[in-house]
Design a protein around this ligand. Structure first.
Ligand code: ZN
Length: 208
């Protein structure tokens, strides 16, 4: 029977027992590892369900037998946010996405909440707690009614993940928080401006 590796299939969006077709062990520390002595073990894996191929990496110490859960290096996963989103906010979003991809669902939820905090700050909304800031963003028309509710939902997920002893944050909660915060960034920094420009263009043209 071929070697298997439990990995999160980016296509099926769930953990599967991937089939390992090839391995490559690289003793040089040059990727992902927070420690200089980190050691990287790569594998070419396919999903037994959808047959999708991917490249995974595990990080560990060369003298230890402990490795991280395999992360998928290729194909790249996740959403790309608009370059209109300020860099510090984009970086926080991508960090949340990386946490999700590496099974750190609680950290992902906390970082999605941090994306909201940063967005409010960048828009000059700094008074009160996050609940008040979200309401202020709605008041300023920077969020519409749906996104206003979603922002409170992300705040709720983030608070629970940060403060509860057993927050029960699973991959669906973290994925929802990521999807919702991505929609908010799209709206605040891209769609809203596009819609305003569209309205101005329409108003400046003579009625036919
Ligand atoms: Zn799959």
């Amino acid at each position: 029977m071929s070697e298997q590796q439990v990995v999160h299939c980016p296509s099926c969006e769930r953990d599967v027992s991937g089939i390992v077709h090839a391995r490559y062990d690289n003793p040089n520390a040059h990727y992902l590892g927070p420690y200089e002595e980190s050691y990287h073990r790569y594998a070419f894996v396919s999903c037994p369900e959808c047959k999708h191929p991917f490249l995974t990496v595990e990080t560990g110490h060369p003298l230890g037998s402990c490795f991280t859960n395999p992360g998928v290096l290729y194909p790249p996963r996740g959403e790309v946010v608009s370059p209109c989103v300020p860099e510090a906010i984009r970086a926080c979003f991508y960090e949340a996405q990386q946490c999700y991809q590496n099974y750190h669902y609680r950290a992902a939820s906390v970082l999605c909440r941090a994306v909201l905090e940063l967005t409010a700050k960048e828009k000059g909304v700094t008074q009160g707690n996050l609940e008040k800031k979200i309401d202020k963003l709605r008041e300023l028309n920077l969020l519409n009614d749906d996104l206003h509710l979603w922002a409170h939902q992300i705040r709720f997920f983030g608070n629970r993940a940060a403060h509860d002893l057993d927050p029960g944050t699973d991959h669906t909660d973290a994925k929802d928080a990521l999807d919702l915060v991505k929609a908010i960034l799209d709206y605040v920094y891209s769609l809203r401006d596009k819609f305003e420009r569209f309205k101005q263009n329409r108003e400046s043209k003579p009625h036919s």
